[in-house]
Design a protein around this ligand. Structure first.
Ligand code: C2E
Ligand code: MG
Ligand code: MG
Length: 634
């Protein structure tokens, strides 16, 4: 305003000067004009100023509004920030350069177990740690120590894990330096994460079903035990598997099998000492490390106890189950200096135990290894034999005792060796059964026997031996059907000889299988009758066509009254059940006479013929027609 007045003053002064005439009078008109124009000029100035003022006011208002908006945003941000702080799962504190708390959330107090009133504005880090220590933070550490540790970890700007919290919790403390000065401290509860990691580590080392250490873990433990064994603390390694476990699984189902394994585990655990260790290597295989350093060497006694404990009957879901166990034992360090050699030694001993009759235990002996090598090469040779058709069948005649007419032949397997000798089945069938090769070998026998029998006189049958392993095989019935259709042999001319061992499996499944075979039209004989221990009950469960009386009874027929009584009883049983009875291994006329007396229907044995190659069958039939009827007429 003062500017305007000064300007006006200057203007008036100038105009006065201009309006002054030389005569010293004022030119009023000129003055009036000048005053008006000055006035107009001043008015224009005022207008300009007003406009500028308005503009400024408007700008100011805009700036104010913006400021308000920013403030509003800031308080929203603040609310959000506080909500985030209050609700975050981590504890957080911001400390200034003097280690005073600038910002903190309630979670921090919870995690450190701080009582109310500790976290106040300007609280210092050391007060906080001292209060937390008093509440069990870092047990075993004094407040000063804990503060020092905490400070060190804060300064490092890294992370520190504090495992030993009150209540068994684990906290993870991490800190970060802030730009300028001070730092941010974050505290997380990682108890659950650690527990999860521990669970995963446990799973990797343990068997999920039984909770026992698994093979990998067990091998590591053997290694540790071996290291101790170097210092003279020996141990015994047991390998065991369950006898008949597969049967339980097959007949009662896997859930029952699983429960059985758990029950076996529980029994093993209670049998062992704390210093021993049991693991599950897979399936029904278990292994044990028996520490021999801290107890008297009672390895055999432990083995015996395990056999007894595991073999006691189980009651699972209403099923009474009986399984046994066989055990192989290796001693460290004598039997091996590495985990795998020791395990192999114990395995070999286990194999021996099973071969020697199951339900027993065997210590490893070096000779077992050699025997195993032999077995392995035999297995390879058997596979080759199948491929190269080195098997051959011999045929042994079966004769009716009354007429001595040949009713058929039994096919007997031989393995032809490169030097032309024939190996008997007893030396390779058990291995073929164990390895499962018997399924293919048996299939070959069936086809070959059916094809050969087709060339014989119509009324003559062929008997084929069937192993229990082959009988159990899912495709067995199919194999028989194919052998018949492939050869064109009438089904009634084929007789399948099964032994009592098939009956050791679940009888309902076995009977169903026998019925399927019967439905094909083939006949079924019970071979080696009398050698099993509940032979009679088997006869009740399925209507066999023929009972083959084992050679052991026939041999004693002559000399022993009890044998005669047994054969006579079997024959009587057969008659009443409508089954034929064939005596095996008849070697003498006296035996034949005895069989005739008790009324046995058929006979087979060296008396009539050894097993012969198929090309000799026609010749045999031709001569037997002449020879035996004469004998029959005696
Ligand atoms: P098996 O079925 O009881 O066969 C009778 C065995 O007694 C045969 O032995 C036969 O040669 C022998 N034998 C016959 N008559 C006499 C005799 O008067 N005295 C004596 N001491 N022995 C006699 P082989 O051929 O050694 O067969 C032994 C066993 O091998 C057979 O017993 C049978 O269980 C099994 N076998 C034979 N061939 C096969 C086959 O193709 N498959 C299967 N799974 N097993 C077979
Ligand atoms: Mg037989
Ligand atoms: Mg027999």
């Amino acid at each position: 305003m003062r500017d305007v007045e000064a300007k006006m003053e200057r203007l008036f002064a100038r105009q006065l000067a201009l309006a002054s005439r030389p005569d010293g009078h004022l030119d009023i008109a000129a003055l009036a004009r000048m005053v008006r124009s000055s006035y107009e000029e001043a008015e224009r100035d005022r207008l300009r100023t007003d406009r500028a003022m308005d503009l400024m006011a408007a700008e100011l208002e805009g700036a104010n509004a913006e400021l308000e908006r920013l403030l509003r945003n800031l308080s929203i941000q603040n609310l959000r920030f506080e909500a985030a702080l209050a609700n975050m799962p981590h504890g957080l504190a911001m400390l200034d350069a003097e280690e005073r708390i600038v910002v903190v959330n309630a979670r921090l107090g919870e995690l450190l177990g701080l009582p109310d009133g500790v976290i106040v504005p300007d609280a210092k880090l050391e007060d906080l740690v001292a209060a937390a220590s008093a509440r069990g933070f870092c047990p075993g550490q004094g407040a000063q120590e804990a503060t020092r540790d905490m400070r060190r970890s804060l300064l490092s700007g890294g992370a520190a894990e504090i495992e030993r919290m009150a209540g068994g919790r684990t906290l993870l403390l991490s800190s970060r330096r802030m730009e300028g000065s001070g730092c941010v401290l974050l505290v997380q509860d990682i108890t659950e994460r650690r527990a999860q990691q521990a669970r995963i580590a446990h799973l990797a080392q343990h068997d999920a079903l039984t909770g026992l250490p698994n093979r990998a873990h067990f091998l590591a433990r053997i290694d540790q035990a071996l290291a101790r064994a170097q210092r003279g603390e020996g141990f015994a390694l047991f390998c065991l598997d369950l006898d008949r476990f597969k049967q339980v699984n097959d007949t009662l189902g896997h859930p029952i099998g699983d429960l059985l394994l758990k029950e076996v585990t529980a029994r093993l655990r209670t049998t062992l000492r704390d210093t021993d260790m049991v693991a599950r290597l897979g399936g029904d295989e278990f292994a044990i490390i028996q520490d021999l350093a801290r107890q008297p060497p009672d390895t055999a006694a432990l083995a015996q106890r395990i056999v007894e404990v595991v073999s006691a009957p189980y009651l699972i879901n209403g099923h009474r189950i009986v399984v046994g166990t066989s055990i192989g034992i290796a001693l460290a360090p004598a039997d091996g200096a590495a985990a795998d050699t020791l395990l192999k030694a114990a395995d070999l001993a286990l194999y021996r135990a099973k071969a020697d009759g199951r339900g027993i235990w065997r210590f490893f002996e070096p000779a077992m290894d050699a025997r195993m090598q032999e077995r392995r090469s035999l297995e390879i040779a058997l596979r080759d034999a199948l491929e190269q058709e080195s098997f051959t069948l011999l045929y042994q005649p079966l004769l009716e005792v009354g007429s001595l007419r040949v009713s058929g032949f039994e096919a007997l397997l031989r393995w032809r060796q490169p030097d032309g000798t024939l190996t008997l089945p007893a030396s390779f069938i058990p291995l073929a059964e164990e390895t499962g090769l018997i399924v293919q070998i048996g299939e070959w026998v069936l086809r070959q026997a059916c094809r050969t029998a087709l060339s014989w006189p119509e009324q003559m049958s062929v008997a084929v031996n069937v192993s229990a392993v082959q009988f159990r095989h899912a495709r067995f019935v199919e194999q028989v059907r194919e052998a018949l259709s492939g050869s064109g042999l009438a089904p009634y001319r084929l007789e399948l000889e099964v032994t009592e061992t098939i009956m050791l499996q679940d009888s309902a499944v076995v009977i169903a299988q026998l019925n399927r075979l019967r439905a094909l039209g083939v006949r079924i004989a019970m071979d080696d009758f009398g050698t099993g221990y509940s032979s009679l009950s088997y006869l009740r469960s399925f209507p066999f066509d023929t009972i083959k009386i084992d050679r052991s009874f026939v041999r004693d027929l002559d000399a022993r009254g009890d044998a005669r009584a047994i054969v006579s009883a079997i024959v009587g049983l057969g008659e009443s059940l409508g089954m034929r009875t064939t005596a095996e291994g008849v070697e003498t006329e006296a035996e034949l006479a005895g069989l005739r007396r008790v009324g046995c229907s058929d006979a087979q044995g060296f008396l009539f013929s050894h097993p012969i190659p198929p090309e000799d069958v026609p010749g045999f039939l031709a001569t037997s027609a002449k020879t035996f009827p004469a004998a029959a007429a005696e």
